[in-house]
Structure formats: C-alpha cells, structure tokens
Design a protein. Structure first.
Lengths: 250, 209
C-alpha cells in the first residue's frame, strides 16, 4: 500500500497546476491579511468590525481555492489526453496497468490528497493566524487549538468534496465552477439559507460552523455536529464516486 | 463567409456548450426564485442573479475557445483550411458573439423580468456576451480549459469582491462591476474585453499553433 501512495504523491506534486495551487493557496490568505491590515486596524480601533475574535479564521477562507484545485486535478489529470498525437490515450490507462485493483488505487489517491492538503492547511493556518497575532494581537486572541484543527479538517473535507465530485463527473469544469462560485463572499448556499432552513445542512455551510460562530443563522449547529454533517456529505459522494470508478470503463 | 459558417457549425455541434447553456438557465431561474422570495422587487434584485449567472458565460467562453486546442490538435486542421489567422480569429469572435447573444438574452430575461427590472435586459445581455468574449480571449492565450477557468473564476468571484469591498473607488476599473452596477462598470467591461480580444488575436497570429 505504501508504494501506490508514494506514486500518487509524486504524480500529484509533479502536476504544474497542482504546484501553482499549492503555492497560491498557501500564500493567498497571508497576503490578504497583510493587504487588509490598515483597514482592519482602523475598524478594530473604532470597534466597527463585527466579531473581531474570528478575524484570522475568516480571512483564511480565500486560500481554500488551492485545496479545491488540488482535489480536482488529482482526478482530472488522469482523464486528460497525454498528447496531441494520441488524443485517446489517457494517463489512467497507465495507472491502472500499474495498480489494477481500482479501489486500492482510489484509496492511495485519497491518502495522497489528504496528506498534501492537510500539510498545506496546517502551514497556511499557522502562517495566517500568526500574522494576525503579530498585526492585531491586542484585539484578536489566538483561537483555541481545537478550532485550528477544525480549520485543517475543513480544508481536507473540502478538497475531498471536490475530489468526489470530479470522480463522478470525470471532468474538472463542473466541480470547479460549482465550488469556486460557492466560495465567493455571498455564496449560493448562504442565499439558500434565506429560502429554507434545510440549507444550513449543505456541506460548505455546515462545515464552516466547525470553527466559525454566526449569529444570523436559522439553524445553529454545534461544531461536532457540523463536522459530522460535512463528513456525511463527503462520505456519501465519495462512496458514489468509488462505485462509479469501480464499475465504469476507464 | 465560408469561414464564419464553418466556425458557426463547429460551435453549434459542441455538446458541452449546450449543457452549459441549459445549466446556466436552470441556475439563474433557481437564483431568481431565491431572490424573489427573500428580497423586495427592484433593480438590485433584478440584477443580483446575474452576478452568479456570469459564471456560466465564463465557462461558455472557455469551452468554446479551448475546444480548438484540445488534444488531437483541431486547430491545425482549422489552420490548413483557413491560413489567414487574423481573419480566422475575427470570424471566431463574431460567431461566438452570435451564438452567445440569444443564450445571454434568455438568461438576462430570466433574471430581470420577475423582479420588474425589464429595462435592464438589453444591457445585461450585452454584458454577458462581452464577458463570454473576454473568457474566450483569455483562453485563447492560456490554451488550456482548466487553468483558464480557474484564473477567470478566481478573478471574478474571489479577487473582484475583495477588491470592491476594500477599495470602492477602484471598482469602476474592474471588468465585472457592470454585472451589478451597469452605470459604473460598462466602460471597464468594454475596455477589458476589447483589450483581451486584441491580445488574443496578436498572440494567435505570432505563436506556433
């Protein structure tokens, strides 16, 4: 089991898109903290910033796009053509020749993705929160370790969500559009919470409640419940993706 | 004329474009309903779903332009048939605009009419068509669907809102401000699109296919 994981790690880290996603996803949140620093300092001093204790945790959100792209390309790269002169040839054929047991291959891919995203999330969270401490230490307390762990878990689960959807669609366009659109400031899921209370159980809304507290929500999920709801979504979609990957022609 | 007809047939027979149009309409209808239930009728409610619906048009532009550069190298066959590149690029842009226009008009109508903002429909149609052309131009330079899409979506949905929230005066220079505030951003949308189209045509003319 170790050598397929090592192979999948090398494949993932060798993709140019994945490298860009790693670097940008890690740097984006700290850069936003730096750019917002003058504005935030004025707002904190004036007391106009809503809920200042969560400042660092909120500003981490922009880096999530790196995890999304990693989750998508780890699958979509297998399905893109390997060259201009052989449009039908795809990397997946070679991968399956090396590891014919499909579910074992999928497990190795999942482990590789989880490792990379967890490492990226840990570095980004540590950097962003430390920077927030250094810049606004007198107003923003360091979040409890459990919340930082919850953020890392949220990044990993989001990457797995993108990964599961890509396994089903076998194409990166759909999950990327859906998930980037939903990570914007006013997300579609947030809009839906205004229409129906059930939308509070959508994976991104529930997941964010693992580490953020919000006041204006119809359904307030406890952090552990929120984590379980998001995990349930990811497990369900991954199971569907695994069944399809197992049954469909490559 | 032949070139335009050929490009038109190529675009109309791409299944991914049909799916994108259908999903965009469905998504816009859902959003228009969500806004209609929760917000009062008015211009802001009429235009709000378009802020999300433009993602569909970015995808449309990306897929239309990337199809030529997919593995198999369709672009080489195209260039054998039509070696004059600038003329070919012009035909491509015109046909894409012609194909997008009706899709954009329907989307704009779904978004604006229920909220009583029918006067905005023509402007919104023009905005969505220009956005599609901008996406196609960017993809013409990048040549790969996925990186181009990530670039465009993160500019429109992550960088754009952040910049507008912090530097309000700056927003008149962003290409996507017009989606929500037509009076301020129209000039920026046109300038960005024309610049991107010119750049795409120049690089297409100079680079190896």
């Amino acid at each position: 089991m170790v050598s397929p994981i090592r192979a999948e790690l090398r494949k993932l880290l060798g993709l140019p898109t994945a490298r860009v996603a790693l670097v940008l996803g890690t740097l984006l949140a700290p850069v936003v903290v730096l750019l917002n620093a003058p504005y935030n300092r004025r707002a904190l001093a004036a007391g106009t910033l809503p809920d200042p204790t969560q400042l660092g945790l909120r500003e981490l959100g922009v880096g999530l796009i790196g995890a999304l792209v990693l989750g998508v390309v780890v699958v979509s790269s297998e399905y893109t053509s390997t060259g201009d002169d052989a449009p039908g040839a795809r990397q997946l054929t070679a991968t399956l020749t090396a590891v014919p047991h499909r579910l074992r291959l999928l497990a190795a891919k999942t482990v590789a993705l989880v490792l990379v995203v967890a490492a990226q999330a840990a570095v980004t969270a540590a950097g962003t929160l430390a920077l927030t401490q250094a810049l606004h230490g007198e107003y923003v307390p360091m979040p409890a370790p459990a919340r930082v762990v919850a953020v890392i878990l949220y990044w990993v689960l989001t990457a797995l969500l993108a990964y599961a959807i890509t396994l089903i669609t076998r194409n990166g366009i759909v999950p990327l559009t859906l998930l980037i659109l939903n990570s914007t400031v006013v997300s579609v899921s947030y809009l839906l919470t205004k229409v129906t209370d059930l939308a509070a159980y959508l994976p991104d809304i529930a997941g964010a409640h693992m580490f953020l507290r919000t006041e204006d929500f119809p359904v307030e999920l406890a952090p552990v419940t929120a984590g379980l709801v998001m995990t349930a979504w990811v497990v369900a979609l991954l199971a569907a993706g695994a069944v399809l990957f197992h049954r469909r022609d490559a | 004329m032949n070139t335009a007809r050929a490009e038109l047939r190529k675009l109309l027979t791409l299944p991914s474009l049909r799916w994108t149009a259908l999903l965009t309409w469905a998504g816009t209808a859902l959003l228009a309903y969500a806004y209609g239930v929760t917000q009062p009728r008015g211009d802001a409610t009429a235009l709000a779903p378009l802020g999300y619906a433009q993602a569909g048009f970015l995808v449309l532009g990306v897929l239309a332009a990337a199809a030529e550069h997919q593995a198999g190298g369709q672009i080489r066959t195209t260039l054998i048939a039509m070696p004059r590149r600038l003329l070919l690029q012009a035909a491509k842009d015109l046909t894409l605009a012609a194909v997008t226009l009706p899709v954009a008009a329907v989307t704009a109508a779904i978004s604006t009419l229920p909220a009583g903002g029918g006067t905005w429909t023509p402007a919104a149609t023009a905005y969505l068509t220009l956005t599609t052309l901008l996406a196609a131009a960017v993809t013409g330079v990048v040549r790969h669907a996925l990186p181009a899409l990530v670039l465009l979506l993160s500019l429109y949905f992550i960088a754009g809102p952040l910049l507008r929230a912090r530097f309000g005066a700056f927003s008149a220079y962003l290409p996507d401000t017009a989606a929500l505030d037509q009076s301020r951003g129209a000039a920026a949308t046109i300038t960005w699109t024309v610049t991107a189209l010119a750049l795409a045509a120049l690089t297409f003319n100079r680079r190896d296919a």
